[in-house]
Design a protein around this ligand. Structure first.
Ligand SMILES: Nc1ncnc2c1ncn2[C@@H]1O[C@H](COP(=O)(O)OP(=O)(O)O)[C@@H](O)[C@H]1O
Ligand SMILES: CC(=O)N[C@@H](CCC(=O)OP(=O)(O)O)C(=O)O
Length: 296
């Protein structure tokens, strides 16, 4: 018998305990804009998600699209500005954000999932009032003074997730694909960080796992080696001693919120590696960082 064929059968069997673990469970996947680098990667992602659906897992996609928004703003000569990793979103920027996220990026992902044989439905937080939010008031600490409140325009913070529409789609066999745009009680539109939405959706759906696809192989320690497992206490230390910085801070905070809210584990993986989702979920060693409430 050909060695390669035997190896393939072993790899398939290695997945069995994990397939059992995730069978009929919900996995919320945050698909970041950086992970949508090229056609091959996008197709690989769509196939992985479709495979999950066919083996009885319930995948829910929450997507970003930061780089795609940036490119469109450039084309329209609208300047991009960020504060603490959040896009300052004036009226004109909000229109572009909604057009790119809920229009272009959302429908591309839906199309690719459908082409891969999955049945996907794209929604934004407005549909079914799925993502309720309010204007974010960013408080910035100042020495010996009260915190300064920064106005970021139409940047929202989640106040609640209504999972009714998402659950209905899953029940009917669809893969929900969610753009991180929400509305407040007055119907005002807001731009929300996609990691934050993914974490809130995972908690609301009582998901088994939250997987965040990013542009690094997971959380790195001081020596730049990947940390394979860490708990909430460990995360706090990594933030305090500066090991985790920049865009990774809000990302790990979202993971902490998810596991504190009942999600069994959060996983940070490299979206630039083809099929990273399957490698993380269905192999013994995994390829990213898993975040647990408490390490065993
Ligand atoms: N300890 C760390 N481990 C891994 N990445 C880190 C760490 N500290 C800071 N980072 C930075 O965080 C980045 C990921 O955050 P971000 O760029 O906001 O991701 P995304 O665009 O996928 O949401 C990494 O590319 C890296 O530069
Ligand atoms: C408020 C805020 O910053 N919203 C993000 C929403 C998209 C996002 O989060 O995209 P990635 O996951 O690809 O970075 C933005 O406007 O870029």
């Amino acid at each position: 018998m050909d060695k390669d064929v035997l190896l393939k059968s072993e790899v398939l069997l290695e997945a069995l305990p994990y397939i059992r673990q995730f069978y009929k469970k919900t996995i919320v996947i945050k698909y970041g804009g950086h992970a949508m680098k090229d056609e091959a990667l996008k197709q690989a992602f769509a196939k992985c998600v479709t495979l999950l659906r066919y083996i009885g897992v319930n995948p829910v996609i929450v997507h970003g699209g930061g780089p795609q928004i940036g490119r469109m703003l450039d084309q329209l000569n609208i300047p991009s500005a960020f504060r603490d990793g959040l896009r300052i979103t004036d009226d004109a920027t909000m229109n572009v954000v909604e057009m790119v996220l809920a229009g272009q990026v959302n429908k591309q992902i839906v199309n690719q999932l459908n082409l891969a044989g999955g049945r996907a439905v794209g929604i934004s937080g407005k549909d079914g009032e799925t993502i309720r939010c309010r204007k974010l008031e960013l408080a910035v600490d100042r020495e010996n003074l009260a915190p300064e409140i920064i106005d970021l325009g139409h940047v929202g913070e989640v106040t609640g997730i209504d999972p009714t529409l998402i659950r209905g789609l899953m029940r009917d066999g669809f893969i929900p694909v969610i753009a991180p745009v929400g509305v407040d009680e007055n119907g005002e539109t807001y731009n929300i960080n996609a990691d934050t939405v993914a974490s809130a959706v995972a908690v609301a759906l009582e998901a088994r796992s939250l997987v965040l696809l990013t542009d690094v192989c997971g959380i790195l320690d001081k020596k730049k080696d990947r940390i394979s497992s860490v708990d909430v206490k460990g995360i706090m230390k990594l933030i305090e001693d500066g090991t985790v910085s920049g865009g990774m801070i809000p990302k790990v905070q979202c993971c902490v919120e998810a596991v504190s809210g009942g999600v069994q584990k959060a996983q940070i993986i490299d979206g630039g590696v083809p099929n990273s989702l399957l490698l993380e979920l269905f192999t013994e060693q995994g390829i990213g960082t898993e975040i647990l409430l408490d390490l065993p």
